[in-house]
Design a protein around this ligand. Structure first.
Ligand code: AHG
Ligand code: MN
Ligand code: MN
Length: 323
């Protein structure tokens, strides 16, 4: 990709998108989101850490930062002239921007994932899922792009438009410059990132975790979906899961703006993303706030989790049949 003699590190986000033959309106949209991240960074660094006094449709208390980050992104998308519909974790329903779908995109986003971690100074992120046209209730396999921005010690941006996963880092001028292209996740990892409460895991997940521990796999869990996934992508190995729990068969994470975009990126990097019973990207959401359990990362580790879950469920149904 880099011109001979010119270090690829001077390739900024817009140039990389253009040189990857990404459609002009999509280049504009992704760059507008990158611009919005500069204002979100500022709100994280200086904003009020308190509650907004409202809650979202999941019944979760909204932090002032959630609402501020949502407003920053919504305004950007609204004025971009290339968005048909958008939906946010912080809004109760889809926000129509333009009835004309032609040449436009629809965006599902989590403006600030892990926002409750800001007051303890842990890394947080913005997650974006992009479809062509007006329909957001499609299988994640139809996404035309997915990206996240990670607000950590460094601010980085990772995107894919279906031709590999590429990482950018923000420089002192707040420009995103290319760090690496075509990130790959190897089949088996040596780290695991277990979400949810262990005492509520179902027997299959519990058995899977025990074999990870017997294998000496290291536990790495920050409680922030974006840094936890970013670690697996950049280390090129590992598995994150937020599984189905007893009494919570759908787990916690939302399909449209958390799981689908991350599943798209991880599959583009040669990894896998499963509900424990099948690919996340094959799910077609019935409503915008659908949740799903997730096992995501190194392909062989995800397949092993599915096997433990399947075997345990078979055993349980045989036991029930035997009465
Ligand atoms: P959000 O802050 O957007 O509501 O998402 C938080 C999510 C995700 O970042 C993380 O993986 C998960 O919540 C952690 O949940 P627990 O606090 O239950 O571990
Ligand atoms: Mn979230
Ligand atoms: Mn959020």
């Amino acid at each position: 990709m880099a011109e001979p003699g010119k270090s690829k590190f001077q390739i900024d986000l817009r140039r990389h998108l253009r040189e990857s033959d990404v459609e002009d309106n999509l280049v504009h949209l992704i760059c507008e989101i990158a611009e919005a991240s500069k204002y979100i960074i500022n709100s994280i660094r200086t904003g009020d850490l308190g509650v907004a006094g409202t809650s979202n449709l999941y019944g979760e208390q909204q932090l002032a930062l959630d609402v501020l980050a949502d407003r920053i992104l919504r305004k950007r998308l609204d004025h971009s002239r290339v968005v048909a519909n958008m939906m946010s974790e912080e809004e109760d329903e889809i926000i129509p921007i333009s009835p004309d779908c032609e040449g436009k995109y629809s965006v599902a986003y989590d403006p600030l994932d892990g926002s409750s971690l800001v007051d303890v100074n842990l890394a947080v992120g913005t997650i974006i899922s992009i479809f062509s046209g007006c329909d957001l209730l499609q299988s994640g396999r139809n996404q035309v792009a997915a990206m996240y921005i990670l607000y950590g010690p460094r601010t980085t941006l990772v995107y894919s438009t279906g031709n590999g996963v590429h990482e950018f880092s923000m420089n002192h001028l707040m420009e995103y410059n290319l760090v690496q292209e075509n990130i790959q996740i190897c089949p088996q990892g040596s780290l695991y990132s277990p979400g949810g409460q262990r005492n509520l895991y179902t027997p299959g997940t519990e058995a899977f975790v025990q074999q990870l521990e017997q294998r000496g796999v290291k536990l790495r869990y920050s409680g922030g979906f974006v840094p936890d996934i970013n670690q697996i992508l950049l280390k090129g190995q590992g598995i994150f899961f937020y599984p189905h729990l007893q009494q919570k068969p759908k787990g916690k994470l939302r399909l449209l703006f958390e799981l689908s975009p991350m599943a798209y990126l991880v599959e583009q990097a040669g990894g896998a993303a499963s509900t424990g019973h099948g690919p996340i990207l094959d799910l077609v959401p019935e409503h915008i706030h659908e949740r799903a359990p997730v096992f995501i990362g190194s392909k062989a580790d995800v397949a092993l989790a599915e096997k433990f879950i399947r075997d345990m469920e078979t055993k349980q149904s045989q036991k029930a049949a035997a009465g």
